[in-house]
Write a protein that binds this ligand. Structure first.
Ligand code: C5P
Length: 243
């Protein structure tokens, strides 16, 4: 088979041209990075696990009417997706304080928030994806007011879905990050959930023990990352057989 044309290589994924116009292939690598790639490792099997978990979440979202870029999983490490123009924002939804929010506001990790809080970061690795306000987003034209209304609605629907799915298997969804893509149908633009949803981009804590089952295991040297992701995949019943 002809080698796919690479469009972009990121820290954890490679994007290739898809087989048909308007499609891309998303390849999940085993590379793990944290702190803007200052900490790096290769975690055998992580790409396979994330491909499966991402498929599980994206299929579920598509089924409940939350549009995503996901079309189908192609093999152990690749999925076929709609190509879209990525809005240059990382959209973070938080249910409990953790990570940068805990640092910024002096909140103990695990403190339940009064309601889900949505934050926006400007996607720029060289700047470390800084937190921005809707004022910045409007002033710099990164998204329109209508886009922001749609992004908020998508983010909260993803939060409801993911929180429920995780709750069902004894896991608390602390927070997560999604990216949003634009797809065009003539002059008409639609926003869809793009990129990935996986334990790389969520915080997941066991409801009973508080054990971390997400990328913080790698960021904070808390144990074996593949074991943590395997635990999530097993509970959800999406455990791949081999890597
Ligand atoms: O680091 P912080 O607390 O801001 O992260 C919030 C959530 O967003 C976490 O689940 C983290 O994994 C995710 N995130 C991400 N990619 C980034 C920044 C944060 O997936 N570049």
């Amino acid at each position: 088979m002809a080698r796919r044309n690479k469009i972009y290589e990121g820290k954890a994924k490679i994007i290739y041209e898809g087989p048909e116009a308007g499609t891309i292939v998303q390849y999940f690598k085993d590379d793990a990075t944290a702190f803007n790639a200052q900490k790096k490792d290769v975690i055998e099997g992580k790409g396979v696990l994330n491909n499966r978990l991402c498929e599980y979440f994206m299929v579920g979202l598509n089924q409940i009417g939350v549009p995503t870029h996901f079309i189908k999983r192609l093999n152990m490490r690749e999925q076929l997706c709609k190509s879209c123009e990525i809005v240059p924002l990382e959209v973070i939804v938080r249910n409990y304080a953790a990570g940068t929010m805990s640092k910024r506001l002096g909140l103990e990790e695990g403190t339940q928030l009064p309601r889900p809080i949505v934050e926006y970061c400007y996607k720029d690795d060289s700047l470390g994806d800084p937190l921005v306000s809707e004022e910045h987003i409007a002033a710099f034209g990164w998204a329109s007011q209508q886009d922001m209304d749609d992004i908020l609605s998508l983010a909260l629907r993803v939060n409801d879905f993911l929180s429920g799915v995780m709750y069902g298997v004894g896991i608390k969804l602390i927070d997560f990050k999604i990216e949003i893509g634009r797809v065009y149908d003539g002059d008409y633009q639609r926003l869809i959930v793009a990129d990935e949803i996986s334990p790389d981009s969520c915080r997941l804590w066991d409801m009973e023990t508080g054990q971390k089952l997400d990328k913080d295991v790698f960021r904070r040297d808390l144990g074996n990352l593949a074991d943590a992701y395997t635990e999530v995949a097993t509970r959800l019943g999406v455990m791949p057989k081999t890597s």
